[in-house]
Design a protein around this ligand. Sequence first.
Ligand code: ATP
Length: 298
Amino acid sequence: MSEPILEMTDVSKRYRTAGFGRGRGGFLAVDGVSLHVGRGEALGLVGESGSGKSTLARMANGLVVPTSGTVRTDGRDVARLGRRGLRRLRRNVAMVFQDPLASLNPRQTVRQTLENVFRAHGETTSTAELVALLESVGLGAHYLERYPHEASGGQLQRVAVARALALKPDLIIADEPTSALDVSVRAQILNLLADLQRDQGISFLHVSHDLAVIRLYSDRVAVMQRGRVVETGPSEEIFRSPQHPCTRALVEATPEAELPARPAGALRGADRACHDRDHDSPNDHPVVSRPEAGATEY
Ligand SMILES: Nc1ncnc2c1ncn2[C@@H]1O[C@H](COP(=O)(O)OP(=O)(O)OP(=O)(O)O)[C@@H](O)[C@H]1O
């Protein structure tokens, strides 16, 4: 198996901010997490609100600096990157955020938004290239001259995906990319991301609190609870036989239509298993890790 596009080893993040439930040492938002994303793979990161998903995702592309541990993208240690290395990291690892309206400059047309991405990396682009970029996310050429307020949420998220694709990244980190959108357009955006993975071989780290979404659009799943990854494995297997109480609680919370049959009452009492508590308290259930069939464990 080739080197993973993203490899995180024993990564922790302690925020120094004081506040409710936060000791003098700050708050341990991510606690010794190791995971990897293989080339062309979609890894789903799922967990309750506050479990540390976004912090982990932001450490993956250098937006948040880990307190300890190692993050490697494309085989390179992010902590050791100089300015040029960081620029290359930004090219190779793109992000799509939750709220497209908040992530796009309201004073810039779509053309300006996309041109700025190329300019920031010392490149020029043509209208034909921009049109091709928009077409790759299912938008017509006329969107180039539109401002964010002239487009719907779904169209804006397509623009945000086009912006992420502009520099041909190897990995896209999508942090709750559909949770700010109408239910009717969520599947369209998720299908777009799945098409990009299939057709362009782009790897994905897909962050969501919704296991139904993760199940449909990820090859593998990592479940987070209180800053730790408590279970990993292939999506279908995680769904079919969740082992950790937190995973069971998430499966239980997923709409019935999405669930395979399972023994009645088997999951009773698991509903609170995932709820956020003080991250510094020890987890009382062993981590569940299933090796992928025929794959090397990193
Ligand atoms: N910049 C920060 N300073 C201090 N604490 C932070 C900061 N960012 C996040 N946190 C805290 O770290 C914990 C994990 O936050 P994070 O956003 O990573 O979780 P999450 O699983 O993505 O949650 P959500 O789904 O609600 O976004 C939370 O308790 C949050 O309040």
